[in-house]
Design a protein around this ligand. Structure first.
Ligand SMILES: [Zn+2]
Ligand SMILES: [Zn+2]
Length: 223
């Protein structure tokens, strides 16, 4: 557990479609221990048809985030969706890029897809540790953690591959841990500003970087 943060409103887990109960349970336990906040599992809901992207038979991450934000009680500071279907986002010039998860940086919603986490014939244990990793990564984004360049840190950007996820040691690096503690502290004014180079601006065209910095809360953080 990072720290006890009783002032932080609870986090909801929203299963979308068919998800193994044991996966939901692992994910909820992981979020609890990652951020030290109460976690509630909401009743499963069908995946919203508005998010379905027929050409690739998968669901758009941005639409799922919108749905999660709107459809869940606002008592929850953050809501992490979990689905076994493939999800995608627009990344640079690729309109439909499959991802493990996506979250709104410093926002309410995030979502984890288990679809790609079986890659490389993963054992049950490896699959579970990947789910836990992506879940913490996405909640980290929602709480305000940007990507980290430290290769073994949980907030490292996987750039679409499972290799960096498996290479991570299941923890935050010291810098990210400090930042998370500051975010979860009862005096959030102490939170250090997010440096531009780690604020997801690296994936944007140079001319858009200033805008991204001003607009950090609305940026989508694709895993
Ligand atoms: Zn880090
Ligand atoms: Zn990410």
């Amino acid at each position: 557990m990072v720290m006890s943060a009783p002032h932080v409103r609870p986090v909801a887990v929203q299963p979308l479609g068919d998800v193994e109960p044991s996966v939901i349970e692992h994910l909820a336990d992981q979020l609890k221990s990652f951020a030290g906040v109460p976690v509630t599992v909401l009743p499963a809901q069908p995946l919203p048809s508005t998010a379905f992207y027929a050409p690739r038979n998968r669901y758009r991450g941005d639409k799922l985030l919108e749905y999660l934000d709107q459809a869940t009680p606002k008592d929850y500071a953050h809501v992490i969706g979990i689905t076994s279907r493939d999800i995608s986002v627009t990344k640079d010039k690729v309109f439909d890029w499959g991802v493990f998860g996506v979250a709104q940086l410093k926002g309410r919603p995030g979502i984890v897809s288990t679809y790609r986490l079986h890659a490389r014939s993963a054992s049950e244990a490896l699959f579970t540790s990947r789910v836990e990793h992506i879940a913490s990564h996405e909640l980290g984004h929602a709480l305000g953690l940007p990507h980290c360049t430290s290769p073994r840190c949980m907030m490292n950007d996987a750039e679409g591959g499972i290799g960096p996820v498996d290479a991570a040691d299941g923890h935050l690096c010291d810098d990210c841990l400090k930042r998370l503690r500051a975010i979860l502290s009862p005096t959030p004014a102490l939170v250090a500003p997010i440096p531009l180079e780690t604020a997801h601006a690296e994936a944007l065209p140079r001319e858009a970087q200033g805008l991204a910095t001003l607009d950090v809360p609305d940026r989508l953080a694709a895993r």
